[in-house]
Design a protein around this ligand. Structure first.
Ligand code: ZN
Length: 216
């Protein structure tokens, strides 16, 4: 019983800290004080430390030996690396598994969500449909190794995707991607995916200094 409890606490702390980082409650580059966090959560050091080490292995937290833990600092390179990796995985999947993707019933659901976002400008719904569309492209490969890699990458995507305010435009770009897929036009679907990801990259990088100034 004891062991299960320890595991549960560790998982809970991990999930909580991850959420706080992803919604920027803990700011980018902020120092994470293990003692403070464990006092705030009313638990011992160990699960907090374990959770931070796990988040470090996922690239959301940075460990500086003898200094401590920090929320990762997002710079041009961080954004560029994410987009480059996304381009590699997503365009590969869209090209190779185009038939599987275009036959997926989920695509019609995503199309409806896109229309709904267009009407309501609902950011939360956009986030959901964004995740659904990009993950559908990768999951349709049925390649577990690649899907796992992409799922892991998604934490980093999640960290940076609120650093731009272009979601209404992104929604339009998603519409174009989905329509090209549904029309069976692979070449244009890939082109629209590439330009969408490149646009997200440049807009996010452009917004970084603004974000740096306001984070303190
Ligand atoms: Zn997108």
């Amino acid at each position: 019983m004891q062991r299960i409890e320890v595991t549960l606490v560790r998982t809970k702390v991990y999930e909580l800290l991850k959420e706080m980082i992803l919604n920027h409650e803990l700011k980018l580059g902020e120092k994470l004080n293990v003692r403070e966090l464990s006092e705030k959560l009313g638990i011992s050091f160990t699960p907090v430390r374990d959770a931070l080490l796990q988040l470090a292995s996922e690239g959301l937290v940075k460990v500086v030996p003898r200094v401590g833990f920090f929320v990762v600092e997002v710079n041009d390179k961080y954004v560029n690396e994410i987009i480059e990796t996304r381009l590699m995985i997503e365009t590969f999947c869209l090209d190779k598994y185009f038939d599987e993707i275009s036959a997926s019933p989920e695509l019609v659901m995503i199309k409806n969500e896109i229309e709904e976002v267009k009407r309501t400008h609902d950011r939360k719904l956009f986030d959901d449909s964004d995740e659904r569309l990009h993950k559908l492209i990768v999951r349709s490969s049925g390649n577990e190794t690649m899907v796992q890699m992409y799922e892991k990458l998604w934490d980093k995507i999640d960290l940076v995707r609120h650093l731009n305010e272009r979601y209404v435009v992104s929604n339009e770009e998603h519409k174009e991607i989905v329509e090209n897929i549904l029309a069976g036009d692979k070449r244009r679907a890939i082109e629209s995916l590439i330009s969408h990801l490149r646009n997200v990259e440049s807009e996010t990088i452009r917004n970084l200094p603004l974000f740096e100034r306001t984070k303190k």
